[in-house]
Design a protein around this ligand. Structure first.
Ligand SMILES: NC(=O)c1ccc[n+]([C@@H]2O[C@H](COP(=O)([O-])OP(=O)(O)OC[C@H]3O[C@@H](n4cnc5c(N)ncnc54)[C@H](OP(=O)(O)O)[C@@H]3O)[C@@H](O)[C@H]2O)c1
Length: 337
């Protein structure tokens, strides 16, 4: 079997592909043949040494992978050979609120999914919805679960509410799909008219260009007749704009702050936060229970994450460089076989 390994801070050029003996599952472990891994901004942050959680040198990267159970160790009861499964990004986080005890993450501390064969604890696996291909399902463990947590982990989004999504990355796209399914009105932001059209095709009711309209928070508020949106799925971290867009009592699900690094204005005052009257809720992907709850909805509504492009397993460095350049809508996926 072959696995990629990383050197933290060495970037894409620090990746190596190495051969190993096939592993054998011990008690409670499952051997997976990995079929697909989805790339995300998180992988680039890990490689560049900019990730907030600890990264172990030589770890196998890739936190979002799906595959087939090929063997089970003694004592395994949750899955059986032949099952199509996803590994959860935080394998120890089963349910309830996130905590440091659960922070060991695939692809940064624990070996991840950019490998032919992966060993996983049976508790860190969920079954895939039958209607999804492996390439589509690869988006579920990270970006889709994060979108689900953003929409349901606080006060769940309700029909008739207005949800704001930012940009057209994987989290925002799936949040748009889920929010429409929940009966919400969705306002999305994006950088270009072409992407605005794609977001409208995916169901966005209104799209605001964040480059053409740097004060997009005020524009979003205008689109809600001055009231503001009920929820922002904030993957950017330009909180001044998100607060300007949010209704009193609304929620900003704060998914990331890295994209906003070059747009951050002066530090927010406590008065600005207080006067906005909104809850800011930072979040970390989601638990296994949240993943399973989302899968029930994905299966019953036959939702499909959007795949933009697939690369082969031996093309991971090229795929990461392609991902890093942006300019597309949808998920970039590694097909392992
Ligand atoms: N907290 C967590 O557990 C968690 C989980 C997953 C991801 N994240 C973080 O969430 C962020 C999004 O991740 P992702 O994988 O969905 O997507 P991504 O690939 O990082 O998102 C890229 C998209 O972000 C949009 N964007 C960039 N700068 C923007 C700005 N100033 N305003 C609005 N949109 C902007 C662009 O959309 P357009 O091209 O449409 O302009 C771009 O296509 C990343 O920072 C990631 O690290 C956090």
């Amino acid at each position: 079997m072959k696995s990629y390994h990383l050197r933290s801070g060495a970037g894409i050029d620090g990746l190596t592909l190495r051969e190993h003996d096939d592993p054998r599952p011990a008690f409670g472990q499952v051997l997976l043949r990995v079929h697909a891994t989805a790339l995300s901004m998180r992988e680039l942050l890990v490689l560049e040494g900019d990730y907030p959680l600890p990264v172990r040198d030589d770890v196998v990267p890739g936190c979002a992978g799906v595959g087939e159970v090929v063997a089970i160790g003694p004592g395994v009861t949750r899955v059986a050979p032949g099952d199509r499964v996803a590994a959860t990004v935080f394998p120890d986080w089963i349910d309830g609120p996130f905590g440091l005890d659960y922070a060991a993450q695939l692809g940064s501390w624990r070996d991840g999914m950019l490998t032919d064969l992966a060993l996983a604890g049976e508790q860190g696996l969920v079954r895939l919805p039958d209607h999804l291909s492996y390439a589509e399902a690869a988006a579920l463990p990270l970006t889709a679960v994060t979108a689900w947590n953003a929409l349901t982990g606080g006060r769940p989004a309700l029909p008739g509410e207005t949800v704001l999504t930012l940009g057209s990355g994987g989290v925002s796209l799936f949040a748009l799909q889920l929010a429409k399914l929940a009966g919400a009105r969705v306002i999305a932001t994006t950088s270009s008219p072409a992407k605005a059209e794609q977001l409208r095709e995916l169901g966005a009711d209104e799209v605001v260009g964040y480059r053409a309209t740097p004060e997009w928070g005020a524009e979003v508020r205008r689109l809600t007749d001055g009231r503001g949106v009920d929820r922002v799925v904030d993957v950017v971290g330009d909180l001044a704009q998100s607060l300007a867009a949010t209704a009193l009592g609304g929620e900003i699900a704060l998914v990331g702050h890295w994209l906003g690094a070059d747009t951050e204005g002066p530090a927010l005052s406590s008065a600005a936060l207080f006067n906005a009257g909104a809850v800011v809720r930072p979040l970390a992907v989601g638990s296994r229970a949240q993943f399973e709850a989302m899968n029930r909805v994905v299966a019953s509504a036959r939702l499909r994450p959007l795949v933009h492009r697939e690369f082969g397993f031996d093309e991971v460095p090229e795929a990461l460089r392609y991902y890093g350049k942006g300019g597309f809508v949808g998920n970039v996926v590694i097909r392992h076989s």
